[in-house]
Design a protein around this ligand. Sequence first.
Ligand SMILES: [Zn+2]
Length: 553
Amino acid sequence: MTKQHFSVSISAPRTPVVEKAAALLCRTVAERTGIRVERVPSGIAALDLALDSDAAPAEAFRIEDAALHTVRIAGGDARGLLYGVGKFLRSSRFDEGTFSPCTWRGGSAPDCPVRGLYFATHFYNWYHQAPIEEIERYIEELALQGCNTLSVWFDMHHYTGIGQPAAQAMLARLKAMLQAASVVGMGPALTLLANEAYADSPKALRAAGTGLGHYGVELCPSVPEGRRLILEWRREVLEAFADIDLRYIWIWPYDQGGCACGRCAPWGCNGFLKIGRAVAGLCRDTHPNAEIVLSTWLFDRKAHAEDDRGEFAGLDAALRQDASWVNWLMIDSHQEFPRYPLEHGVPGGLPALNFPEISMFGMAPWGGYGANPAPERFQAIWDRAGHLLSGGFPYSEGIFEDINKAVCLGFYWDRNRRAVDTVWEYAAYEFGPDAAENATRVVQRLERAHGHRAVRDSQTGELRHLLPNADPAAADECCALLRDAESRLPQFAREGWRFRILKLRAELDRELSVGGGRHTEFADACFRELAELYRVDPARTIASVRPPFRMGG
Ligand SMILES: [Zn+2]
């Protein structure tokens, strides 16, 4: 049944999250169809937003026919209602001037308690650069997908101290993101690196390089003055977030971080635990409600062939002695999920969260060629490791991995949900049901072609592109499928960034694979459009997150 009019009532108590759920519903319908949703009293609305803890547990919802002409979304609590609104919207159809409301009925409850995202707020990437209103809107859109936690990082190496105006501006920006997250029911979280430091940290106190990613300014916590400075700087950061009720604080080992000196090594089960425990104590002093997430990122990853640090085994032994200062372990790595927990279980028997690397894998620059969807990749990782996990925080450097975020949030909500089904639902919601089939096929083909790399010719200095997995015929087919879909897209979808980054990726795949990786004028224009969508600052955004357009000229 399509409608030119639509009305909503709120019978739930008017909390900020309930108000936000109603506002997002009205905004989405209005923006996508032009129909203004009327707010009317309960009993006469087409849709009623309710709370009913008998109908659904916390964070869960039911969508049901309540009366002759009224559909009811009943949340077990305010967040459940918000997620129910998300499901309602994703199952509706939006055309210019008509709205076809969701016909799905039933109940749904999340499987995993922690359904987070991690915004890497640095390098002048989108999170660093975009107007805060754009980021707040993105946070709201992620909440509609069931995301209930957001973590950010104050990347110290950009600054010389917390008092620097740029550092204060970044702290204000991070807090604005966490406040926006709270309004949509997300628990705010903060990432701390165990021994990170400011750009001008004292050279005599610096950590020994680990070969696993370092800014080169990190401090050695086994030097007493280094330890003192680490704790002083951590306390300053924690106190800067005093007005945010942090739900989780992460303590992070490597990349960037770590120290390979004789007194700290092996870092993951020695120096890291000593300083980590002291940092956890500071967290408890400053944020008593926060739970500690101890990360094991790059544990046992070999920096050298003969490397055998035994970090997971050492961590297991240490936590079995005393895990009183840790609530969760975070486990993941660049490529495969680490083997130790798969073979021996989670160290210390603690609950575990993952940190899917949805941004950087197999492409450089990250997101430089547009959307980087990889549902099969994340399905395979989830199939291997999902049974160990209570949720997680995908690692995000921008908006180009929006589909990968949806896939991961889909697993956290429903462990048995297939990634391809999430992609189809995403495409139906963002591009319209008529385009969902084509877009899903395009996503699958683009994933097979993934592996692009921009290089500079050593002779001429000219940009070239390596596409080892490219298939010109498949790329051509992707362009044809999207052109066919585009002709039927509603306006909101055609002009939206989600369709643009998918289409630009397909166009670039074709242009570059047909041309043997040559950097053409057409490719350069595509890269420039991506840079605009990513809010790139050519002077400051680092090459890793900047689409490879020609600089200057
Ligand atoms: Zn050290």
